[in-house]
Design a protein around this ligand. Structure first.
Ligand code: C2E
Ligand code: CA
Ligand code: CA
Length: 856
């Protein structure tokens, strides 16, 4: 360094810093310390300052605060001057004080230096604070020295991009190396330019106000744009007012925010592509904006048609007619690559890399990305994005569009899932008979197209539940298949047979069959079912069935009436000893209502007599296979009929308001058991309780739950409620509100039987549920239906991405467990691990578990 530029020092000098802001004291301390001061003292109030000045130490510099609490006015400053003539005085204007420009000039004329709080290190260095009493020694050569000193000692070495700007003409005087390098610009492009023509300051402030603010408060910080010959950078501008060698300057620090801004935008866009609704036009416009931001020109999805080519445009948000051009050209090479790897990308000069591709050549495409969007054979698509220009941030954008392609796949799979349960599959997987939905449609069509005679038969196996529970599900399934075959055989050309639900079947006989023939068929079915059924295991099983019959148009003018009346007739057959059929009769209706009333009375009695019990089924952690909690399942222990399943009496309870009582009873019993087990076994268990949609109509539900939580002393976070999407909600809006209230109690929600309802993704997002319980139907079809598997995969993927935990229900086989485990299910529930059992059995299981752990 040249001799003249060596910074002056405070060697052997004592300094006193007196101000209230700790940060300011620190800045001054560092500054004087750097310049070799002997002793540096600080004072935190004016009393302390005065007593220190009057003390033994001789000070050569005093930094003091100008504010109401400290030095208030010129008179006080003059007093200090008189009292300590050798003392250099540095005024620090408190941030609370607003000085007009003339006041500033007036005060500064009495001082060696004047700075504004908060002070910055570079400002102290720039101004050479207290080094030379600038008021006494103003001469040009000295000014030049000071400027040189500042430039060499501070400005150039600084790692931050900086500009030094003249206050009067607003022209850029100096630009440091860090700036030239960072923004890749030549000095000559900057020097003498007016700074606010390159730096677009906040329009609300305006340049006059901004400079006024700079003179008054000493500094500004703003997020602005820095324009450099066409391109611009988002920056944080930190600008301060400094006097260097008697000349006023603005010192501007330009912190590049490109990366932060990009990252922020990237995350926003990532969110956008993973929640995009491909059918929404408005969102397409948002995607166009995204595409522009990414500097891409086209983005579309094409689907494979029967011809085997990707020549159907399914979704297009390009800025031009690219998709159309794309599907008319052949892309053998591209799609071979995509088929092999699921993905293909060329970053530069795509048209030269694949000269044979007409599309790439026609537009001279530079960058292209292709993602496979295969969902099933009928939905084989690809996402294609590309740009004619150079693409920056290549790997981030690759990720972004990959997410878009995954999101498309998942949305498609979800759509198929909804359809498959609405219309597409006509057959029941197990029995190959028509399924419930399809038979209803068929009956509808039949009575429309041929309004003559039709017969509907409702069939239900007698005591099937006993077989299922005692001999196991495999046997149960085998029996159902056998029965289906019998029905199919007897119906043959006379109509169609369907599996309605569980062990319920429905038969439609066509118009050529009269009532006599109907009775014959019914008799034949009873006879065949009554014969022993041979099982694979070699053993035989005896079974009977009951039938109810309703005729069109005599017993009902529409499908639902017909089915309902056939059901009522079936009920009568059961009541009259089973293994028989009943033809519907208007009198039965009254009987049925009476039966219902009877049941409701019985149910009320059951509650009073303590016949309602709760069984528990463990939920298993997929990774550790440990018990993590339970689902509470209600049971009616009837003194004569034995255990009645909730499938039978919950609908009755829902119709009769008894559901509120039963529901609370289940919650209370479950919480009591949970508390007991947590305490006895010191385990972090949780409890899931089913909530009927009808219970949500109770305005005071959350108060009642809250009361149970308090009384039983459980933590609300351990209590989970299983809810279903349902038509039984009085109002969806109110239901959503109730869900929020439950979550506000601290409890969690699970969506039960997921995949069977008509939930839209949007609805799903609105429910604050933590967990999805995948319906048993999907689990049952693992290994049987590849389509269902694909849908299951996509559902799990989607659920995981929105942060849901996943419980798979009805896990019965090791094969299902392994499959679900690999797909990332978090918890299992099913007969493979444990059936729903009474509380005492759970206690036995938990004790055994504790015993095993103790002996380990
Ligand atoms: P859910 O909530 O879907 O309950 C699961 C059902 O699957 C239970 O039938 C359970 O016993 C059965 N299950 C569990 N693992 C397996 C398996 O591996 N294979 C097969 N085939 N089944 C399995 P459950 O106990 O008969 O309950 C039937 C339905 O009744 C429940 O369906 C639920 O919707 C309703 N429910 C049960 N308890 C309550 C309650 O306290 N309140 C309300 N509102 N509804 C309840
Ligand atoms: Ca449930
Ligand atoms: Ca369920």
């Amino acid at each position: 360094m040249e001799a003249g530029l060596v910074p002056m020092t405070f060697h052997k000098q004592n300094i006193l810093i007196a101000c209230s802001e700790k940060k300011d004291r620190l800045q001054f301390f560092n500054y004087f310390d750097e310049l070799d001061a002997e002793k540096i003292f600080t004072a935190t109030d004016i009393g302390q300052m005065e007593s220190m000045l009057a003390g033994e130490d001789q000070f050569s510099v005093l930094v003091f605060e100008l504010s109401q609490q400290w030095v208030k006015n010129n008179n006080q400053i003059i007093q200090l001057q008189v009292q300590y003539p050798a003392l250099k005085l540095v005024g620090l204007v408190s941030a609370q004080v607003e000085l007009k420009h003339h006041q500033y000039q007036e005060i500064s004329s009495h001082l060696d230096d004047l700075v504004f709080s908060p002070v910055m290190q570079h400002e102290l260095v720039a101004k050479n604070i207290a080094v030379v009493g600038s008021n006494q020694q103003n001469n040009d050569s000295h000014s030049q020295d000071e400027l040189d000193n500042f430039i060499h000692a501070y400005f150039e070495p600084s790692g931050f991009p900086q500009l030094l700007i003249g206050v009067n003409d607003h022209a850029i005087k100096f630009a440091n190396k860090a700036l030239l390098k960072k923004f890749e610009v030549n000095k000559s492009d900057l020097i003498d330019q007016v700074w606010h023509q390159m730096i677009a300051v906040n329009k609300n402030t305006g340049i006059e106000e901004l400079t006024a603010q700079l003179t008054e408060t000493g500094q500004i910080i703003q997020q602005v744009r820095f324009n450099l010959s066409g391109s611009f950078y988002p920056i944080e501008l930190r600008m301060s007012y400094s006097t260097i060698g008697d000349q006023p300057y603005y010192l501007a620090e330009l912190h590049d925010l490109t990366t932060q801004v990009y990252q922020q935008k990237f995350l926003q866009n990532l969110e956008q592509v993973t929640t995009l609704d491909f059918d929404n036009r408005q969102q397409k416009e948002q995607m166009m904006v995204l595409l522009k931001w990414a500097r891409f020109d086209f983005c579309f999805i094409v689907k494979k048609s029967l011809s085997g080519d990707y020549d159907q445009i399914v979704w297009d948000c390009s800025l031009n007619n690219y998709a159309q051009k794309f599907i008319t050209a052949r892309h053998d090479f591209l799609f071979r690559k995509v088929d092999a790897e699921g993905f293909y990308a060329i970053r530069n000069k795509a048209s030269e890399v694949i000269p044979g591709d007409d599309f790439l050549n026609y537009y001279t495409i530079n960058a292209i990305l292709l993602f496979d969007c295969y969902v099933d054979d009928d939905n084989d698509a690809a996402l294609i994005v590309g740009s004619l220009k150079e693409v920056d941030n290549w790997s981030s954008l690759k990720l972004l569009f990959k997410q878009l392609s995954l999101h498309y796949k998942q949305s498609m799979a979800f759509k198929i899932l909804q359809h498959s349960h609405e219309s597409e599959s006509q057959y029941d997987v197990l029995t190959n008979l028509l399924n419930r939905r399809y038979i209803v449609k068929t009956i509808e069509q039949s009575i429309q197209s041929n309004p003559n005679f039709n017969a509907v038969m409702f069939l239900d196996l007698d005591r099937f539940k006993v077989i299922n529970d005692s001999l196991g599900h495999d046997v149960g399934d085998e029996v159902l298949v056998n029965i289906a075959n019998i029905l199919q055989h007897h119906v043959s050309s006379h109509g169609v047979a369907a599996r309605y639900a569980g062990d319920e079947f429905l038969i439609l006989l066509n118009h050529e069959v009269d009532s006599d023939k109907t009775k014959q068929i019914a008799d034949a079915i009873l006879k065949s079912v009554g014969r022993p059924i041979k099982l694979n295991s070699g053993s035989e099983i005896n079974l009977t069935i009951s039938l109810g019959v309703a005729y069109y148009p005599e017993h009902g003018q529409n499908v639902s009436k017909l089915i309902k009346h056939a059901d009522i007739a079936l009920y009568d057959a059961k009541l009259n000893g089973k293994n028989r059929y009943t033809i519907y009769d208007n009198n039965l209706d009254g009987d049925h209502t009476k039966q219902n009333e009877e049941m409701v009375k019985n149910l009320q009695n059951a509650i009073d007599e303590n016949q309602i019990d709760v069984y528990f089924q463990p939920k298993i952690d997929a990774k550790t296979e440990d018990i993590m909690g339970f689902e509470a399942l209600v049971r009616w222990e009837h003194p004569d009929l034995g255990i009645i399943s909730p499938g039978l009496f919950i609908p009755l309870a829902e119709q009769s308001d008894l559901i509120d009582q039963i529901g609370l009873l289940v919650i209370e019993k479950s919480c009591l058991m949970l508390k007991k087990w947590q305490r006895t076994y010191t385990l972090p268990l949780n409890m899931s309780v089913n909530l009927s949609p009808v219970q949500l109509n109770d305005k005071n539900l959350t108060e009642k739950i809250s009361d149970i939580i308090t009384r039983t002393g459980i933590y609300p976070k351990h209590l989970d409620f299983e809810i279903t999407e349902s038509e039984k909600f009085k109002s969806v809006k109110d239901a959503l509100l109730m869900f929020k209230k439950i979550v506000n109690l601290g409890c969690t929600l699970s969506i039960d039987d997921f995949g069977t309802g008509h939930s839209t993704l949007d609805y799903l997002r609105k429910i604050p549920a933590k967990t999805l319980k995948i319906d048993q139907v999907f689990v049952k079809n693992i290994g049987l239906s590849p389509d269902d598997e694909a849908i299951l995969d996509a559902t799990i993927d989607m659920a995981k991405r929105v942060g849901h935990e996943i419980v798979a229900e009805g896990v019965e086989t090791e094969e299902q467990r392994i499959y679900l485990s690999q797909k990332g299910c978090d918890y299992f529930q099913g007969y493979l691990f444990c059936r729903p059992v009474p509380a005492k059995d759970i206690e036995r299981i938990l004790s055994q578990r504790a015993e095993i752990l103790k002996n380990k």
